[in-house]
Structure formats: structure tokens, C-alpha cells
Design a binder for this molecule. Structure first.
Ligand SMILES: Cc1ncc(COP(=O)(O)O)c(C=O)c1O
Length: 426
């Protein structure tokens, strides 16, 4: 449905709530301005209603979590049923049944589907924790502390996850406490870029690198699609030098780029895959899934886990993730993503020119890049007033990203296209 009731955005209730936040939330968290944000009240499908009753069309899927749609009935039912039975368990001590089922299903949907044997899982809550679990796995499996990572790579903001996160602005304030273990590589955009990566890899002190951490498609870095052969080149380098290849598919996983996982079109199998966001479709749960032999670098628990947390294997998160995986395995989901992809690709085709320098994307994950830093962010603010939710991306806010729930239809995508034309002239 197209937006309606958009009058005064942000409306009076959103403005009142913003003042409440200004007084009581750490001032670094929520960006508060005259035209941003609106406070979400409820959501359904591709639509979000704010605290003033305005209805918005969502092209973010709330950070790519709600690919299956906001308020998806099956997920809500799984959550309710689990919450009614058992709201909290004892993750690593007396676990819940759903944790055992989820670990098995994660193995089946990744390494099992890829014909690469069994996977073993470390569950966590946020995406960054799954990345940190992968980094620890690499230390245990290889005995090396070095990490190779990519400029513009985003892996979360915990101290461990900051090691491979290639955004200087997030690292700089805390650099004094970050170990100097990361070797930076350029994320390739072209064939020439790929040759450059190969040269950079050849120059690394390979014996010091335990993990190569990479997004198969960069998300927050600006929806960057690498050339074919990139993942295979990383796989070959890791095989030669005994490093773990870690795919961070927290953003791209579960059909965001069209296939179940973004690494699948190239048929490159990692040693570890990190999952989060759409894994549950709306509950904070993440997973570090590795080849069984690699994960067995962790010693068997003697009653004191080396890596766990209070909410590990939360029953509600596990129940939702199980249902979400079931829905993703149904052929209807792939078909829905394919339709959404066709709408987005068609709407964005031929828009480059003027200050709009590139259109990139795959599946239900697209971005347009502007010459001017901050242009993506500026247009996101203007689109909010038109009833469209979008997010900027790129290291300098130069990209406008579109990652809708997969149910976004032709009319909704066309409406976005019309507003883009009005605001950008393209
Ligand atoms: C690729 C990728 N990795 C890790 C993260 C961090 O996830 P979280 O914000 O849940 O910690 C994100 C978040 O956007 C992401 O896109």
C-alpha cells in the first residue's frame, strides 16, 4: 500500500518522544533533528505506522531484519507459542530443546546444503557477537592473532568486532584499546580491483593471519558487489596459507541478495559463516556456524564455557529462527525475492547521470551512489517526509540503500522511483 496520512513528519507525538529521549538517552545513540526520526508504533508487511498515525512504506526492512515482512504471522505465532511455554532458559547449563533443534537446522541450511559436511554453531545475541565468536574460533583453530579485513567492511561495534570493521570513524575514538592485528585490504569493485586484492594478499605476512573476514556483498559499506572470482580468490589464499575464511552474512543472509546466502552464486564455501538480523526476523539472536572440524578447535566444556552469555540460545529467539528457516526453505520465498528484485532492478535501471554515479544491487539489496558525500543521507531525510523509509550507506553517507521486505510490489517500488526522480532529477 502506498503511504497515506502523511501530513506533518515528524508529527507532534514523535517530536514529544524525541524530547524525552534527548533528556534521558545517551546523546550519541539516536540522531535527533527537526525532520528526523519518527517513532514506530506498529508494522505489517511493507508498512510501518508511527506514533502520530502516519503510514510509511518501508524500504529498510528495519536493517534487513524483516525480509519476510513486518509482523509475519508465522513468526509471531512461533514467538507467542514459545513465550507461553518457556520465556527464558539456561543457555549453556540447562539448555532449551529449541536450541538443539536450531543448531542442527543451522548445520543443515549451511554446510549441509553446500555438501560440505556438518556445521557446528555458537549462538549469540547480536551480530557483532557472532563475529567475535568467529574471531575467537580463528585464534583457537590457527594459533594466529592476525586478521585480514576490508576497507568499508562492517562487522559491528564491539571491541572484538571493531578489529575487522573498516570504518575509521567507528574505530578512531577507541583505537588506543584495539590490538594492532588487522591488515587492511581494498574491497574490489572491478576486475582491476580484484587484481589489486591479489597483490595485497601476496604481500601479507601470511603466517600471522588466522582469519580473513569478509562480506560477500558489502552492506553498510554501500551495497558493493565484488567482481566474480573474488570469493574464490580468498578461498584459494586461505587454503594455501591455513587461515580461516569467515563470511559475514549477517546482512546478506537469508535471501537478501536473492539466494539463501550471498556466497552461493559463486559456490564458495567458507570455514565459518556469521548470521544474524533475518535469522529470526525480529528477535536478537545470531550465530557463528563453522565446519565441525574447525569448531572443534574449541575445547569440550568442563562445566565452564569459555564463551557464553546469559541469553545464549534464548528459547524465543530459537523458536523464531526455526520458523524463519522453515519459511526461507519454502520455494515461495525465493520466488517472492525474485519478483522484488525484478521490480527494484527495473525501477533503478538507467538512473545514473548528473550527481548519481552508480546503481548497484542484487536480489532485494540495492543502492544508488552519489558523487557528493552525505547526499544519500540528505535524500533519506527528504523521503521520510514523503512517507518512505530508507537508510543511507557508504563510509560517507554517499549511498542510498533499498532493502525492503520481499513483499514490496511493483506499485510500491514505482512510487519510490517517482519520489527519487522528483528529488534527484534522475
Ligand atoms: C555485515 C554485518 N555484520 C555485522 C553487523 C553487526 O550486527 P549487530 O548490529 O546486530 O551487532 C552488521 C550490522 O549491520 C552487518 O551488516
Amino acid at each position: 500500500m502506498l503511504p497515506e496520512l502523511i501530513t506533518d513528519v515528524p508529527g507532534p507525538e514523535s517530536r514529544r518522544l524525541a524530547e524525552e529521549l534527548r533528556a534521558h538517552e545517551s546523546r550519541n545513540v539516536t540522531f535527533l533533528a527537526d525532520d528526523w526520526p519518527v517513532f514506530w508504533e506498529r508494522a505489517e508487511g511493507t508498512n510501518v505506522w508511527d506514533a502520530d498515525g502516519n503510514r510509511f512504506l518501508d524500504f529498510t526492512a528495519a536493517f534487513a531484519v524483516a525480509g519476510l515482512g513486518h509482523g509475519r504471522a508465522e513468526l509471531v505465532a512461533a514467538m507467542g507459542a514459545q513465550a507461553g511455554r518457556l520465556l527464558h532458559g539456561m543457555g549453556d547449563v540447562h539448555p532449551v530443546a529449541a536450541k538443539a533443534r536450531l543448531c542442527r537446522r543451522l548445520s543443515e541450511v549451511t554446510f549441509g546444503r553446500w555438501g560440505a559436511g556438518a556445521g557446528k554453531t555458537l549462538l549469540a545475541n547480536s551480530g557483532f557477537e557472532a563475529v567475535e565468536a568467529a574471531l575467537k574460533t580463528a585464534v583457537l583453530a590457527t594459533g594466529r592473532r592476525g586478521v585480514a579485513a576490508f576497507a568499508g567492511g562492517y562487522h559491528g561495534l564491539g571491541y572484538g568486532a571493531l578489529l575487522p570493521t573498516g570504518f575509521e570513524k567507528f574505530r578512531a575514538p577507541f583505537a588506543a584499546q584495539l590490538a594492532d592485528v588487522t591488515r587492511w585490504l581494498e574491497y574490489p569493485r572491478t576486475e582491476a580491483g580484484l587484481a589489486g586484492v591479489q597483490e595485497e594478499l601476496d604481500r601479507l605476512d601470511a603466517a600471522a593471519i588466522g582469519a580473513v573476514v569478509v562480506e560477500p556483498v558489502q552492506g553498510r559499506g554501500g551495497v558493493v558487489i565484488p567482481p566474480a572470482g573474488f570469493l574464490a580468490a580468498l578461498r584459494a589464499w586461505c587454503d594455501t596459507h591455513g587461515a580461516l575464511l569467515v563470511f559475514d552474512e549477517i546482512y546478506t543472509g537469508f535471501h537478501r541478495t536473492g539466494t539463501m546466502f550471498a556466497c552461493e552464486p559463486e559456490a564458495v564455501v567458507p570455514d565459518v559463516i556469521c548470521l544474524g538480523k533475518a535469522l529470526s526476523g525480529g528477535f536478537p539472536i545470531s550465530a557463528c556456524v563453522g565446519r565441525a572440524a574447525v569448531m572443534d578447535a574449541w575445547p569440550e566444556s568442563d562445566g565452564e564455557a569459555l564463551h557464553t552469555s546469559t541469553f545464549l540460545g534464548h528459547p524465543v529467539g530459537c523458536a523464531m529462527a526455526l520458523e524463519s528457516i522453515r519459511l526461507h526453505e519454502a520455494p515461495e520465498t525465493a520466488a517472492q525475492v525474485a519478483a522484488c528484485a525484478a521490480h527494484l532492478e527495473g525501477m533503478l535501471a538507467g538512473r545514473t547521470g548528473g550527481g548519481l554515479t552508480a546503481v548497484r544491487g542484487r536480489g532485494a539489496m540495492w543502492g544508488v551512489e552519489f558523487e557528493q558525500p552525505g547526499a544519500g543521507a540528505a535524500i533519506a531525510r527528504k523521503l521520510l517526509a514523503e512517507g518512505i523509509l530508507v537508510l543511507p550507506a557508504g563510509q560517507h553517507g554517499e549511498v542510498l540503500a533499498f532493502t525492503p521486505p520481499f513483499a514490496a510490489n511493483a506499485e510500491e517500488v514505482q512510487f519510490l522511483g517517482e519520489q527519487l526522480t522528483r528529488l534527484t532529477g534522475r
